[in-house]
Design a protein around this ligand. Structure first.
Ligand code: CMP
Length: 167
């Protein structure tokens, strides 16, 4: 679906609708495996409502991750997220628990060294970087992002989709 068409629907979404949606990203250093990753995401029961490959500007990355400003990893995170295009995803899955949580369960822990086998971060840090050490050493990302609350789903999707439309 075209970004503008998706946005027309998106503007009408209620907070209730956002329970069944999440904002997700494939980070730049995992985009080379995007086709396999998208199939994997769908096999885990998520529908892809929106998919768009997009180059984050430094300003957008800083704004997106503003809650981490001042932390030791912030500058590296901004560099990693602007090193190449990300794949922006709006995912849908209905369940008893909100979609953002279902997605985070599939991702596994932020630090891939703590992500259990079968989770996306465990699987793709193994496949792409040979193991979770690359993240610990700052040579690689944890491959994926997932919003951490319904408020974050709304904030992050608005921020990025409007940046895409205005670009
Ligand atoms: P993400 O899901 O994109 O949300 C915030 C990001 O900050 C997170 O994934 C990691 O890439 C990064 N991050 C969070 N905590 C740490 C940490 N302790 N060390 C390095 N990077 C971190």
């Amino acid at each position: 679906m075209e970004t503008k068409d998706f946005l027309k629907n998106f503007k009408g979404f209620s907070v209730q609708d956002f329970e069944d949606l999440t904002y997700a990203m494939i980070k730049p250093d995992a985009v080379s495996a995007k086709d396999e990753i998208i199939r994997d995401i769908e096999s885990r029961g998520f529908s892809i409502l929106f998919q768009h490959e997009y180059q984050f500007s430094k300003e957008l990355a800083e704004n997106f991750y503003s809650e981490h400003k001042g932390k030791g990893f912030y500058d590296r995170l901004v560099d990693q997220m602007t090193a190449g295009p990300v794949v922006v995803l709006i995912l849908k899955k209905k369940g008893i628990i909100p979609c953002y949580q279902l997605w985070r369960d599939e991702l596994g822990a932020t630090n891939p060294a703590n992500a259990i086998e079968g989770t996306l971060r465990n699987t793709y840090t193994q496949k792409l970087f040979g193991g979770p050490e690359a993240y610990a050493e700052g040579r690689a990302t944890n491959c994926f992002h997932g919003a951490d609350s319904i408020a974050s789903v709304i904030r992050e999707s608005n921020l990025v989709l409007y940046d895409i439309v205005m670009s």
